[in-house]
Write a new protein. Structure first.
Length: 327
């Protein structure tokens, strides 16, 4: 681990083939309030990623605005300033010039304008072949909204985004934070759309208590532990990569801690690399053989094929279960 640009940097190499993509993941903290500070941090991280040979880099949910808080009188006007449409010049003037044949794409998430007062939670791509980063063809709007987000944002409903790599390469599907807990969405990506990897972008919290005193089991980090467990299990059962980028550190107003723990999970479900739960770190994995690892797993156990050979939808329109009346 080294330090560069004010960040701890963790680098790993997956394979020897330099033609394979190198992925950068920013396990960073968004200052709230602090739009300009967040812009400067994103720029510094991109410069580090580029110098170290990353091709595609991913930033956390709300990386420009930071997360919402309860005081609506203060939060609404701040978020109105932070909305992405107000910062397209910054993207064009500061981020886009960094792109070249090597450093090809920056994946960001921030609020965008919705149909009414509420915002949309939007993941978008700054790439050389994409003139407008908010073009609906290349943007993903978060579907499942927890808690306070329902106050400030509207759902993307049944939104999906699938992006293919160069020359018809690996296919990426996108989720945002809470979306990842809904397995029907992941199964559709994996089985119907046949994506190779799911890019999960989050501001996933650390703290929640679950207490089972009769069994002498308690945790105050339930959300954080759920992140670790679900990413591993869903990667394995769907046989896809998960490239996950989460915010880290405490919210500047509410003090809520975010779990960090950004990383990469293979289609086997094994964690290959994971960032700190407390500190900002930049992860870089070079020569990631996304397609090769998926083929290897399917040669061993092809879950989706085995499932489709046995189970069929029921005649009454139900999924894969029967309901019998009790007499």
């Amino acid at each position: 681990m080294q330090e560069e640009g004010g960040f701890l940097v963790v680098e790993r190499t997956y394979a020897d083939d330099d033609s394979l993509p190198s992925v950068g993941i920013a396990n960073i903290h968004a200052v709230v309030p602090g739009i300009e500070e967040n812009k400067a941090k994103i720029e510094r991280a991109c410069e580090v990623f580029k110098r170290r040979g990353a091709n595609v880099v991913v930033f956390p949910e709300f990386c420009l605005s930071g997360y919402f808080w309860e005081d609506e009188d203060a939060c609404w006007p701040y978020m109105e300033q932070a909305v992405t449409e107000n910062h397209l010049d910054w993207i064009d003037d500061r981020l886009r010039p960094m792109l070249d044949d090597g450093f090809r794409a920056i994946i960001l998430n921030n609020i965008t304008r919705g149909a009414e007062r509420k915002f949309r939670n939007t993941t978008f791509i700054v790439g050389g072949d994409i003139d407008d980063p908010l073009d609906e063809e290349f943007a993903y709007h978060k579907v499942f909204l927890p808690g306070i987000e329902k106050t400030y944002t509207e759902s993307g409903r049944d939104d999906r985004l699938i992006v293919s790599g160069r020359n018809g390469g690996e296919k990426l599907g996108f989720t945002t934070c809470y979306d990842y807990l809904f397995n029907d969405l992941l199964r559709e990506y994996a089985v119907v759309d046949e994506v190779d990897a799911i890019v999960e972008i989050a501001s996933w919290r650390a703290v929640a208590t679950r207490d089972y005193p009769g069994m002498n089991v308690r945790t105050d980090l339930y959300y954080g532990e759920l992140w670790n467990n679900v990413l591993a299990a869903s990667s394995a059962t769907n046989q896809v990569w998960t490239i996950a980028c989460n915010a880290v550190g405490r919210h500047g107003v509410s003090g809520i801690p975010f779990w960090g723990g950004s990383g990469i999970w293979a289609p086997s479900g094994l964690k290959l690399v994971q960032a700190s739960n407390f500190n900002e770190e930049l992860l870089i994995v070079h020569n990631l053989d996304v397609g090769g690892a998926r083929r290897q797993e399917k040669d061993d156990f092809d879950y989706s094929f085995d499932f489709s050979q046995v189970y069929r939808p029921m005649e009454d329109g139900r999924g894969y279960t029967r309901r019998l009346p009790l007499t």
